[in-house]
Design a protein around this ligand. Structure first.
Ligand code: PLP
Length: 440
């Protein structure tokens, strides 16, 4: 009875939000989506297994123009599942860029394999194609093509390397949902691909990811791994749902930024110890990852209601991408004209997704100060060859000095948000001010 009343109240709230457009992007507002999600939960829709998982996977496969998509509780887990499904031998080697996230290296280690780092190019922040051959050995089983910040790797060149050595490509599209190469969405260019839908990515299921492939046998094994995996505990799923709704309704607006931060600090202070244990499972998982330890459940499955959240956002991704590309085109021109290094890529083939817009500066501090005055949140990832800076390099198999370009970028790169809540006028004013101050 009370549940029905809550569900009705949430439906009224969702309807009230419907006319409001998603800022600068168009389509229904995310606040509307948040109330729809809460209403479904109040009406008894499952947080664990359920009908939306299959619908979401079908929609993902269609969007990426591949045959199969299999969802997981994180992008890293999708990579882990792909590697397990490839049936490799212990200590087989996987090539990856020396400018990545430690979670990628950990997924390789957890699958019993060895990460082999290849330095990146300062031009597009992606793996340096010219250095791959020297890293290939008898034991190399795959090359990870990470489309850093959503700028696609040169997939023609990579396909040539893959053919020459008979080594398959696995695309790391964590930053690159919607990026295209030669008119086709990335994710269908290798044996398999994995993507992330964690909160800071192209769209969010709070945490989550998926694997793609056209290979029927690989898909069968991936599906078996998914079916054997557990869902996250219900209280964690519930927290994810709450946080997704809170972020969808309130986060990312430059004007709300200081207030939102104060709210978060306040929420942390006021929480009781027990509540904190529930809320901070992320912190515990993070501590495991930076020390190269596995947490449980790993791999995990993506839950039903978060799959529904993904499904809703997939409907507006193309509009969202257009907004990102408009802002990025302005930044490419304006920052480039000031002599600030921005990604160089083949404009006739690559169409980036711009999870955030990266640029490389001489000194970061003055840029950060200026960004803060405009209430634009500066991004500090990737600020380590195996991000984040606290990572255990030894555990991740990374040798200091082995990827000098990746190490240089880690200390000099910054990025700014270009998502649907960032107005172009704000970025224009910020760049104009940076020019007036002769920042470089
Ligand atoms: C380049 C890259 N690959 C893979 C991942 C893993 O994604 P997830 O956090 O969903 O496991 C990340 C995470 O941010 C990433 O930045």
């Amino acid at each position: 009875m009370i549940r029905t009343k809550i569900a009705n109240a949430l439906r009224i709230a969702a309807d009230a939000c419907r006319p409001y457009q998603y800022t600068y992007v168009g389509g229904t507002s995310q606040a509307h989506d948040a109330f729809v999600l809460l209403r479904k939960w109040a009406a008894g829709e499952s947080l664990g297994d359920g009908r939306y998982i299959g619908q979401y996977e079908d929609a993902l496969a269609r969007y990426h123009r591949v045959r199969y998509a299999v969802s997981f509780g994180a992008g890293r887990m999708a990579l882990y599942a792909i590697l397990r499904a490839m049936d490799l031998r212990p200590d087989d080697e996987i090539i990856l860029p020396g400018y990545t996230c430690i979670v990628t290296a950990n997924a390789i280690r957890f699958a019993g394999l060895k990460p082999v780092y290849v330095d990146v190019s300062r031009d597009d922040f992606n793996i340096d194609l010219g250095r791959i051959a020297a890293a290939i050995t008898q034991k190399t089983r795959a090359i990870l093509a990470q489309h850093t910040f959503g700028v696609p790797c040169d997939l023609d060149e990579l396909a040539a390397v893959s053919r020459r050595y008979g080594i398959p490509i696995i695309e790391d599209g964590a930053h690159a949902i919607g990026a295209r190469w030669a008119g086709r969405p990335v994710g269908g260019f290798g044996l398999a691909a994995f993507f992330s839908t964690e909160g800071s990515k192209m769209f969010s299921t709070e945490r989550g990811g998926y694997a793609l492939t056209d290979d029927a046998a690989l898909h069968e094994r991936l599906r078996a791994i998914q079916q054997e995996a557990e869902f996250f505990p219900p209280r964690q799923e519930l927290y994810c749902l709450w946080r997704w709704c809170y972020r969808a309704a309130l986060c990312g607006y430059p004007l709300l930024q200081p207030r939102t931060r104060t709210f978060e600090l306040l929420a942390k202070r006021l929480s009781l110890a027990g509540v904190m244990r529930v809320l901070t499972f992320d912190a515990a998982n993070y501590a495991c990852e930076i020390n190269c330890r596995r947490f449980t459940p790993y791999p995990a499955r993506l839950g039903n209601l978060m799959a529904y959240a993904g499904l809703r956002q997939l409907l507006r991704i193309e509009r969202d991408l257009r907004h990102r590309r408009r802002l990025a085109a302005h930044l490419e021109g304006a920052l480039g004209a000031m002599g600030v290094a921005v990604a160089k890529y083949d404009h006739t083939k690559a169409l980036p997704s711009w999870v955030r817009f990266p640029f490389v500066v001489r000194r970061r501090e003055p840029w950060i100060r200026l960004l803060n005055t405009f209430r634009i949140t500066p991004g500090f990832w990737l600020n380590d060859p195996v991000h984040p800076v606290e990572s255990d390099w030894e555990g991740a198999g990374y040798a200091a000095g082995s990827c000098p370009e990746g190490e240089y970028l880690s200390g000099h790169i910054l990025n700014v948000p270009v998502h649907g809540r960032i107005p172009r006028a704000l970025l224009e004013k910020w760049v104009a001010r940076a020019r007036a101050l002769y920042l470089e």
